[in-house]
Design a protein around this ligand. Structure first.
Ligand code: GLN
Length: 232
């Protein structure tokens, strides 16, 4: 169709530090989400103004009409589809539990009984932890930033944190996160860019078109390799 989004500037709301999807690299905001939306914008001839609002802040800003889209490893869920429209999926993910490196007592969700765990507000990981909490009798503390949720575990206030596994795996592999995983990944879901329901169809169309082009020309894989590949 016609390039309705050509030349427009869209406000894109993202999370605070959540490597490898959004974080500072060489003094610049980078990451898979950031590089991908910038590459799609370039491919489709629109501009982006990226605002770092935190995850639940990003969702709220889009619902309030203060931003056009969330690009923040946002899981495409049926619940969110009530109030958001999503782009085509661009990354397959899921949730995992992590515990302190030196913790030898937590081996399964059953071992969380009577304990405290942490998660980030407004996330699938938080909802997942909350469901398990009812089943196994533990409490969940919510944090605005992943870093604070992780620190709650390293300082021993919580015994476990629930977050998306690519983020935990990256943090552990780079040595930035002093945690380990003992249970499998679960609750598979895919990430998409989210816009307020009915409000930004042309941006979604451009995103999907750009994503398709970047997959075809290898740019998409190059972005992933930059953060997740052998030499990342
Ligand atoms: N994928 C998770 C969700 O959509 C977490 C996203 C995030 O923390 N940025 O709830």
């Amino acid at each position: 169709g016609t390039n309705q989004a050509q030349g427009k500037t869209y406000t894109i709301a993202t999370d605070t530090t959540w490597a490898p999807f959004e974080f500072e690299r060489d003094g610049e905001l980078r990451g898979i989400d950031i590089d991908l939306i910038n590459a799609i914008a370039e491919n489709q001839g629109f501009s982006v103004d990226i605002k770092v609002l935190g995850f639940d802040g990003a969702l709220a800003a889009v619902q309030a009409g203060q931003a056009d889209a969330v690009m923040a490893g946002m899981s495409i869920t049926d619940e969110r589809k009530q109030i958001f429209d999503f782009s085509n999926p661009y990354f397959d993910s899921g949730i995992q539990m992590a515990i302190a490196e030196n913790n030898e007592t937590i081996k399964s969700y059953e071992d969380l009984a009577g304990q405290k765990v942490s998660a980030k507000n407004g996330t699938e990981g938080y909802d997942f932890a909350q469901k398990l909490a009812e089943q196994h009798g533990f409490t969940v503390t919510g944090f605005q930033d992943a870093a604070d949720a992780y620190t709650d575990v390293t300082t021993g206030n919580s015994v476990a944190v629930f977050d998306d596994y690519p983020i935990l795996a990256y943090g552990i592999a780079t040595g930035n996160v002093k945690l380990k995983t003992v249970t499998p990944q679960t609750q598979a879901s895919s990430y998409g860019m989210g816009v307020k329901k009915g409000a930004n169809d042309e941006l979604l169309t451009q995103f999907n078109e750009g994503l398709k082009n970047l997959i075809a020309d290898g740019t998409y894989q190059a972005i992933l390799d930059d953060y997740l590949g052998e030499n990342a």
